[in-house]
Design a protein around this ligand. Structure first.
Ligand code: SAH
Length: 668
């Protein structure tokens, strides 16, 4: 679990201060209140996300930025008395209570009021009173108030509330002519008893239900969660026909026509093939068919995947019909093993081996890992290499890498230690190690260029992993960015090593290969990815191909390091791209999204929708919050491959004909 204090600090900086909120009282209060205490335990990991979250009774806890904006605009000051309408989780009340003298909070749903009251007591907020009731009438016995905040949107500002404002008092409230779309207004009661109104922009809150609000004609549990401000019209009208018109049906995976459909991308330097989960067979089989075609017919000789360098290196020896290392270094032993040890990957690497067998090494296709989770194995690989070429240098490597050894089992702990120590304890050692290896490139490469390249990549990986584990401790964008930058640089080294006409196919999750600038990753979280970096580097010479599905089964775990299960994938949510494609009624297809293709469809799809991302973890019960984010699909990808129904991969076991799985792929 990431340190909530750090996450909170970062939330205040990135989501609030960087967006222009300067009020020191608001910033200090947002730094104090533990937001994770105001959401259900299953949603704690999202407590510092830049979004509203669901709470009990179908209501929401507002987005941190919106809470801060309202409090800052209302200018709440020490000594003041404040009324909140719509206490919900109690979070906003707690933030105000950290500034003001007294906070009065009204909540319509008894269960929410009770839970909020319990939280205040447990966390020691003794200056908040909560009561159940209709907040549109205010709290006349406690009036007047210096500030009133409404956390739900009504058709107009209730007169009763204006009357309960003290002279000089401020009221912030979402107002709108429909139940679910509003603009935020700030009303100030001047000293000479006039009301001055200021507009603060479009927002989306849950409806304010009561005598001077909306009528209670829907059960509260039906309320839509409040969403960030952004257009999300109903684009489904007519769009199904546009999707059908653009959809090119996909043949069987074993039909050579499948791969041929992707010939249009064969001029690219890099073809990036995504996946919408790490455990769906159709995505693997499609990537297999496309990659075969690119390798066999179009001269692609690099297959670079979202796996660690040393694991992939052992597969590389297999596909090149080279002997396994002695002692064997088993590949993909760690969670999530099924991502690579599955029957689809097994079939693919067997095909690579057959393809390579008659070819000289420089015309063979190689299998490489772009990821950086193999700190230990990579350290070991560098030392073993140096033992064989330069034992003296190996001794120095042992000493330098020794800095990280105490944390070899739990590298994340290294990040914590470095943070506590206040400096990057092992950075110098791992950087020097890479430098001294590179300075001997000529000398070492003369002996064996391939082995040097492998050692070099491992030394780079160790250098980047050291930084990654330090950044990870802060959570959010930095560690992700270090990881994807490492992936991109590794790809570049591979392309460089392959010469001017080298070309690569990349297999990685949609979240890595779909241009991050057109998803929440880039737009809200300052995250970049390998797809974006490839586009920036190669322009039209990078083809970003995304994958999607509506429902079926998937191989995934409930939590990290827990066993794989075959889980049912929920039908996609309304408001998502998946729902649009499902609605079009196409079973499996390719949609070309490059500019010039299907302009009307692309324009319609550019209106941001939700998109589902399932990784190695799948949590169907909190699916909206765990797996969906906003995206602009036609900008994120150059093409989209759709399978309406999909099935889980089959993990390799003894029965799959390879003898002891530990030594896969080499067998015993
Ligand atoms: N500030 C809260 C936001 C909760 S959402 C938080 O940060 O958690 C808005 C809340 O307003 C909901 O809990 C809803 O039940 C409540 N609400 C709606 N109409 C209301 C009314 N007339 N009086 C009091 N509460 C109301």
């Amino acid at each position: 679990m990431l340190d909530p204090n750090l996450q909170r600090e970062r939330m205040v900086q990135r989501q609030i201060a960087d967006r222009g909120i300067r009020d020191p009282y608001t910033l200090a209060a947002m730094r104090q209140v533990p937001r994770e205490e105001f959401v259900a335990p299953s949603l704690r990991e999202f407590a510092y996300e830049d979004s509203p979250l669901p709470i009990e009774a179908g209501q929401t806890i507002s987005q941190p930025y919106i809470v801060a904006l309202m409090i800052a605009e209302a200018g709440i000051r020490p000594g003041e008395r404040v009324l909140e309408i719509g206490a919900g989780s109690g979070y906003a009340s707690a933030v105000m209570a950290a500034i003001a003298k007294e906070v009065y909070a009204i909540e319509r749903v008894p269960e929410l009021a009770r839970l909020a009251g319990e939280r205040f007591e447990r966390l020691g907020y003794d200056n908040i009173q909560v009561r159940v009731g209709d907040g549109t009438r205010g709290w006349p016995e406690a009036a007047p108030f210096d500030a009133i905040l409404a956390a739900a949107g009504g058709p107009s500002v209730p007169d009763a509330l204006l009357q309960q404002l003290a002279p000089g008092g401020r009221l912030a409230m979402p107002i709108g002519s429909t139940r679910d779309q509003q603009r935020l207004v700030l009303v100030t009661r001047t000293e000479n008893d006039r009301f001055v109104q200021k507009e603060l922009g479009a927002v989306r809150f849950v409806p304010l239900i009561g005598e001077h609000g909306w009528r209670d004609d829907a059960p509260v549990t039906m309320a839509e969660p409040a969403r960030r401000v952004r257009g999300r019209g109903d684009v489904s009208q007519g769009i199904h026909g546009l999707i059908r018109a653009a959809a090119e049906p996909l043949p069987d995976f074993s039909d050579p026509a499948f791969g041929k459909m992707f010939d249009r991308f064969a001029d690219a330097r890099v073809v990036l093939l995504g996946e919408a989960s790490h455990g769906t067979s159709e995505f693997y089989r499609a990537r297999d068919a496309i990659t075969r075609r690119l390798v066999e017919t179009h001269g692609f000789r690099i297959v670079a995947v979202e796996a660690d360098w040393p694991d992939a290196a052992s597969i590389d020896r297999y596909v090149r019909v080279a002997p396994a290392k002695r002692p064997p270094e088993p590949a993909f032993q760690r969670f999530p093993t099924w991502m690579w040890r599955n029957t689809d990957v097994d079939r693919f690497i067997d095909w690579m081996r057959q393809h390579n067998e008659p070819l000289p090494r420089d015309r063979q296709a190689g299998f490489y890992g772009l990821d950086l989770y193999s700190l230990n194995t990579s350290i070991h690989a560098v030392i073993t290499y140096l033992d064989s070429v330069d034992p003296e240098a190996a001794t120095i490597a042992r000493r330098r890498y020794g800095c990280l050894t105490p944390w070899s089992k739990e590298p994340a702990q290294y990040g914590h230690m470095a943070l506590t120590a206040g400096y990057a304890v092992c950075e110098e050692a791992v950087t020097k190690m890479l430098q001294s290896l590179l300075s001997k490139r000529l000398e070492y490469s003369l002996k064996d260029g391939e082995s040097f390249f492998d050692a070099e990549q491992n030394a780079r990986l160790v250098r980047d992993a050291e930084a990654y584990y330090r950044a990870m401790y802060y959570g959010s964008a930095e560690s992700w960015n270090l990881r994807d930058t490492h992936m991109f640089r590794t790809l570049q080294h591979l392309l460089d090593a392959g010469g001017a006409d080298s070309r690569a196919v990349v297999w990685a999750h949609n979240s890595h290969i779909g241009d991050a600038r057109y998803t929440e990753m880039g737009q809200l979280r300052e995250e970049l990815n390998i797809g974006q970096l490839c586009r920036q580097q190669f322009g039209d010479q990078a083809a970003l191909i995304g994958f999607g599905t509506d429902q079926g089964t998937v191989a995934a775990a409930s939590n990290w390091d827990e066993p794989m299960q075959v889980m049912r994938v929920n039908p996609s949510l309304a408001g998502s791209y998946e729902r649009l494609f499902h609605g079009a009624g196409v079973e499996r297809c390719l949609v070309d999204l490059r500019s010039g293709q299907h302009p009307e469809l692309r324009e319609r799809l550019t209106e941001s929708q939700l998109e589902r991302f399932i990784g190695v973890i799948y949590r169907p019960h909190t699916e909206r919050w765990s797996h969906y984010t906003d995206a602009q699909l036609p900008r994120q990808f150059d093409a989209y491959v759709w399978f309406d129904r999909t099935t889980a991969i089959t993990p390799l076991t003894d029965e799959h004909g390879r003898g002891v799985p530990e030594t896969w792929p080499f067998g015993v």
